[in-house]
Design a binder for this molecule. Structure first.
Ligand code: BES
Ligand code: MN
Ligand code: ZN
Length: 499
């Protein structure tokens, strides 16, 4: 896809021209697209006047004009008082999806149609480009190509009345980097469990590191044994596939001495539940249980491409959770890198076990902050629905900062409490920490309370449970499957967090 910029007054030589209109907006027939034939301008005017097009959210009208098969597409912005950053993102995605449905390959948008008070042109251009990429994405690797190919948008032209191409292009560049990184995370997560193994996940990180100029080192079974990572090794035992532990590192020039931000991503490449096997319907999506890892890999590669003035470490513990004669059992006690033992009460609470070792490994970086991203609990989905990830940190202020960055990035997340009282629910009987709570309630919180036991020596630690946002839902104008949740949030943290 190509996104280019042109001054608004040019008559765009492009298949589809988008005109975004507020509900009840006063339309002047010649105020739009001066270069267009007056016939089409009159048609628009008549439509709006007759209320055939009202500008409501989700409203779309395709109006053919001219002799070259061009179309003018009216899209509704809803009421002006409700117009927000959230509406901009959704509308851009809707336009792209509409384009794909109508097999329109080229569209032109006017930057000012999407303007929000206090915005900068580069800001808005970034959001537009990012959302175009997110909406254009399809995962077609395992499907035969239909006759005529997959519907695809080849070209988006951004027209602007007031802003320079240089300003807009600066924003577009970042938006494309972020959009591509999220889509890359979606590709990794959408790849089936048989193809995306702990080894291929590590290889994907190494490949991106080479491409975008950051470091990636991979620890294998023996090295993990030396480090006494009994958590990861325990979970991996039932699988024929060996675990991996990848360490990504990006350091901007001149930031070699900085204390890094550490991002940790859960990399369970398939979660069968282990001996506590999952029922059929819950197991189906579990090749995406490495979505946290995908987010970290995507974010580090975006940060490296944007050359942000930071130092970032990404840690990816990766294993497959299977049942077999060699699998870890309920009742097993796993000795972790921290020295603490984990009393396994349920082999399906495996993510927290591999993260325990990663949190301990993180201690050596003396990080400014450590954020783990994981598809950890169904309970987080029960608590929040599928529109926000859960943020858990013993530091309420830190949670709030992350919540704000989540909102501004479009990668929504919301805090749940993590109070010391919850720690009593995960005490082991014979071991130090039990991997599930003795209460059936608040599973997202007790999952975090478990992780907290391994994060006591870390400064500014937060856990993001992205199980809720792992897959897209109806009405989001996103392809079915993985969303790349967490990627944009981590990029926003690296860009803007104030500790
Ligand atoms: N990977 C799952 C959580 C999950 C569920 C992610 C649905 C995405 C969608 C995790 O490993 C798991 O199995 N969690 C258990 C924990 C329980 C055994 C305490 C759960 O949520 O049921
Ligand atoms: Mn599980
Ligand atoms: Zn899992």
């Amino acid at each position: 896809m190509q996104i280019s910029v042109q001054p608004y007054t040019n008559k765009p030589k492009i298949k589809a021209i988008i005109l975004a209109i507020f509900q009840g907006q006063d339309i002047h027939p010649h105020a739009f697209y001066k270069g267009l034939p007056s016939a089409i301008q009159k048609t628009v005017f008549a439509y709006v006047k007759a209320k055939e097009f009202q500008g409501k959210i989700d409203e779309v009208k395709v109006l053919p004009f001219g002799s070259k098969g061009q179309v003018l597409v009216l899209v509704g912005k809803g009421e002006e008082k409700d117009w927000s950053l959230r509406s901009i993102r959704l509308l851009i995605r809707q336009i792209v999806v509409m384009g794909k449905q109508h097999r329109i390959k080229e569209i032109a948008l006017t930057l000012e149609d999407f303007w929000l008070k206090d915005f900068q042109a580069d800001n808005l251009a970034e959001i537009i480009a990012e959302q175009i990429y997110l909406a254009a994405y399809e995962y077609t690797v395992y499907k035969s190509t239909p006759p005529g190919g997959w519907p695809k948008i080849n070209k988006v032209l951004i027209l602007s009345k007031k802003h320079t191409a240089a300003e807009i292009k600066r924003g577009l560049k970042n938006g494309i980097i972020i959009g591509e990184a999220v889509n890359h995370a979606r590709d990794l997560a959408n790849t089936s469990g048989g193809d995306m193994t702990p080894t291929s996940l590590a290889e994907a990180a190494v490949k991106l590191a080479k491409e975008h100029g950051f470091k990636c080192m991979v620890l294998h079974h023996q090295e993990m044994q030396k480090l006494k990572m009994g958590g990861i090794l325990g979970v991996a035992r039932g699988s024929d596939l060996p675990p991996t532990f990848s360490i990504l590192e990006y350091t901007a020039l001149g930031h070699e001495e900085d204390k890094p931000l550490v991002f940790i991503g859960k990399g369970i490449t398939f979660d069968s539940g282990g001996l506590n096997v999952k029922p059929e319907t819950s197991m189906f999506d579990m090749h995406m249980d490495m979505s946290g890892a995908a987010a970290v890999i995507g974010a580090v590669s975006a940060i490296a491409q944007m050359k942000l003035p930071v130092r970032i470490v990404g840690l990816i513990p990766a294993a497959e959770n299977m049942s077999a004669g060699s699998a870890y059992r309920p009742g097993d006690q796993l000795r972790t890198m921290s020295g603490k033992t984990i009393e396994v009460k349920n082999t399906d609470a495996e993510g927290r076990i591999i993260l325990a070792d990663a949190l301990t490994y993180a201690e050596k970086f003396k990080a400014q902050a450590v954020i783990d991203v994981a598809t950890l609990t169904g309970a987080a989905m029960a608590a929040l629905g599928q529109r926000a990830a859960a943020i858990l940190s013993p530091d309420e202020n830190f949670s709030k900062k992350i919540q704000e960055l989540a909102e501004s990035s479009g990668d929504f997340a919301w805090p749940l409490p993590l109070w010391p009282e919850y720690e009593s629910e995960i005490k082991g009987v014979f071991g130090d920490v039990a991997n599930i709570s003795n209460s059936r309630y608040g599973g997202a919180i007790t999952g975090a309370a478990f992780l907290w036991q391994f994060a006591k020596k870390l400064k500014n630690w937060a856990h993001i449970d992205i199980a809720p946002t792992m897959t897209s839902i109806e009405g989001q104008y996103l392809a079915k499957g993985a969303t790349g949740a967490g990627t944009r949030l981590l990029v926003a943290i690296a860009r803007r967090i104030k500790l």
